[in-house]
Design a protein around this ligand. Structure first.
Ligand SMILES: [Fe+2]
Ligand SMILES: [Fe+2]
Length: 282
């Protein structure tokens, strides 16, 4: 992959660790996404996947860290770990906020953890890396749609929007890292394409069950108007995500076939005030 155009872009990406601070917390509205319980709980449910999910991705890569020969990729991998660890830190904060509102976030987190534990116990390290690159493709594309389609973040609490947008930019920034590790260890096409639909379906299925549980607790299951709004929102995501789902099956696929790094630059041009470890630029 190193000599392909996408491989060259991937090598040129500077994966940057940014420590951030967002102002969400006690004063954040319960239904912080446009007064919609459905959409708010969709994001809250998805957020419970990150602490254990991101650790799983990190571990899948760490297993092969010694086999990474390319010094650029070695460094990118280190910075990928730092980024993911900080994502988890921020999502733990978000999950604590939702827990304070009376939701059993540990229950949802444990649903994800149980599945992850089974994958750790029953599948090979290569399969675990396959699952991880599939979900990195998921998060990078989710992120890309979130940043490019204003309707997906319209009406959201600005600090919550900042959290998800920041996470989106870094998922785009490091989308090639684990994928390049997979290529370095000669990961095969079959494992890559068979793990992807299972991984995408799995994360969405658990998210939707947790979303259902949260709506039930909030007595919003039969809020027809909000349900229609929420389902339309999810369908938009699924519709715009479908071409990326299909593209993954292409032999020779690489995440940077879609060069969208401009989204990272655009976001930081307006939002650098969230970064608290101002980096010295050489
Ligand atoms: Fe992440
Ligand atoms: Fe990631």
């Amino acid at each position: 992959m190193g000599t392909s155009k996408s491989g060259i872009i991937s090598k040129s990406i500077n994966v940057v660790f940014r420590k951030v601070n967002f102002g969400f917390g006690k004063s954040t509205k319960k239904h912080w996404h446009n007064d919609s319980p459905f959409i708010t709980y969709f994001w809250s449910a998805l957020s419970t996947a990150f602490p254990d999910g991101e650790l799983f991705f990190m571990d899948a890569g760490r297993y092969y860290e010694d086999q990474i020969k390319d010094p650029v990729l070695k460094q990118q991998f280190k910075d990928f770990i730092r980024q993911e660890a900080h994502h988890t830190h921020q999502h733990n904060k978000m999950n604590a906020m939702t827990r304070e509102q009376g939701f059993d976030m540990d229950k949802y987190q444990n649903w994800f953890l149980n599945i992850i534990d089974i994958m750790r116990a029953k599948t090979t390290p290569k399969t675990q890396l396959g699952i991880s690159i599939a979900l990195e493709h998921f998060t990078a594309n989710f992120g890309s749609h979130y940043l490019t389609r204003e309707s997906l973040s319209k009406g959201a609490d600005p600090e919550m929007k900042a959290l998800w947008s920041w996470h989106a930019t870094e998922e785009i920034e490091h989308k090639g890292v684990l994928f390049d590790v997979y290529n370095e260890i000669k990961g095969d096409y079959f494992t890559r394409v068979t793990t992807m639909p299972i991984a995408w379906f799995g994360i969405l299925a658990v998210t939707f069950v947790a979303l259902y549980d949260m709506l039930k607790q909030d007595d919003r299951l039969f809020d027809v108007k909000d349900n229609i709004k929420g389902i339309a929102y999810i369908l938009t995501f699924l519709a715009v995500g479908t071409p990326e789902f299909v593209r993954y099956f292409k032999p020779g696929f690489h995440p940077w076939d879609n060069d969208n790094k401009y989204l990272i630059e655009e976001w930081y041009a307006k939002n650098s005030h969230y970064v608290i470890n101002k980096l010295k630029v050489a």
